[in-house]
Design a protein around this ligand. Structure first.
Ligand code: PLP
Length: 383
């Protein structure tokens, strides 16, 4: 342990996803199902609004909170997911990543317990730990879900916060009203705050996304995180937002004003335009993902056990029948067949025995990738 560095920083590992991403850089033959990045271009109307803003020379800071029209536009937009809040309760952030960090830092006192159902997005545990919280992993059911009984068996840890993410990265699982009610009952009973990462809300293929903040008794105890990276292919613009009650959003903004000042103005202008996209344009994006999902899951399901993802753009096949561990599978597949996937244990221990495949690629590449994975798996099985 170095005396120079913060102990908690030394206690976390670099992201398992990035490690695989680095292995792929510079290899032209590799098809990457590794990074969760849409392959669509940003819709033209969004790009045009940003170009226009640059032509006008709009390059200043904005209010720490973000552009007022954008905050009010986001509040209006969230009615779609059942939530009715004022624009005053919206903070514009540099992606969900920043919103998550702010929420954890604003809420956690040293030693507070944060429940994290796994497999989950890679940032939840390290950011909790860096905020001096104590992350407690909750393994989900074989269908990768949580329910009241599972949550209740973790009450003994005296938790303060629960992080949920649906549609989920890496499993593609999402929650309907009934399932959300079970989670909400537990949160109310134990007086928990829920951080609800809804970044894939627009990419819901089964039913319609409902925010847990829309349920009775929840509006005051949920921090919603969402952003423009995924549905609008705006990953590089680093733009997202948080919605929470007055007390929490003001505390988050206090941190944001010192560490970030504001989200980039050009990205905020693009986000404002993104909110104007018509439902049928979003339907087209969803239809394309559904087409890719159906193809990929059907093909891979012929030789690996895989559940139909209900949202996001990831499939999470089980690779236990190959006898390999997740990391070994991913490394060999990359070296021998030039296909990058992410080992499931990057998303928590109960992801061991699975790999995450992002199907946000065009059909031609997906076809080749799945053929190569099949050859790889059949070869192992026949040896
Ligand atoms: N939350 C989840 C569940 C994600 O999958 C990702 C990115 O992969 C993020 C947050 C980060 O999003 P952003 O680009 O808005 O920082």
């Amino acid at each position: 342990m170095s005396r120079r560095l913060n102990e908690r920083v030394q206690g976390i590992k670099p992201s398992g996803i990035r490690r695989f991403f680095e292995l792929v850089v510079g290899r032209k033959d590799v098809i990457s199902l590794g990074v969760g990045e849409p392959d669509f271009s940003v819709p033209w109307s969004i790009r045009e609004s940003m170009i226009y803003s640059l032509e006008k020379g709009w390059s200043s800071y904005t209010s720490n909170w973000g552009l007022k029209e954008l905050r009010y536009g986001i509040a209006e937009y969230y009615k779609k997911f059942g939530v009715d809040v004022s624009g005053e309760n919206v903070l514009v952030t540099t992606g969900v990543s920043e919103g998550l960090d702010l929420a954890l830092r604003a809420l956690i006192n040293p030693g507070d317990v944060v429940l994290i159902p796994e497999p989950c997005y890679v940032a939840y545990k390290p950011l909790t730990f860096l905020a001096y919280g104590e992350p407690v992993s909750i393994p989900t059911t074989p269908n990768f879900e949580i329910n009241y009984d599972i949550l209740n068996s973790y009450s003994k840890f005296d938790p303060k916060i629960l992080i949920i993410n649906y549609p989920n990265n890496p499993t593609g699982v999402t929650y309907n009203r009934k399932k959300l009610e079970e989670i909400a009952d537990f949160a109310i009973e134990k007086d928990l705050i829920i951080i609800s990462d809804e970044i894939y809300a627009e990419l819901t293929y089964k039913g319609k996304h409902l925010s847990i903040a829309a349920l009775n008794g929840m509006e005051d105890r949920v921090v919603i995180l969402n952003g423009f990276s995924k549905a609008y292919s705006m990953t590089g613009f680093r733009i997202g937002y948080a919605i929470a009650n007055d007390e929490i959003i003001k505390a988050m903004t206090k941190i944001h004003q010192y560490c970030m000042l504001c989200a980039p103005i050009t990205s905020q202008i693009g986000a404002l335009e993104a909110l104007k996209l018509k439902e049928d344009e979003l339907d087209k994006i969803r239809a394309e993902y559904i087409r890719r999902r159906n193809f990929f899951v059907k093909r891979i399901g012929k030789f690996l056990d895989v559940k139909m993802p209900e949202g996001a753009f990831y499939a999470f096949p089980c690779i236990k029948n190959t006898g390999l561990r997740s990391e070994e599978f991913a490394e060999k597949l990359l070296v021998e067949k030039g296909v990058a996937v992410v080992p499931g244990n990057a998303f928590g221990e109960c992801g061991e025995g699975y790999v995450r495949c992002a199907y946000a690629l065009d059909m031609e590449k997906l076809k080749v990738a799945v053929e190569r994975i099949e050859e790889f798996v059949e070869n192992i099985k026949s040896n």
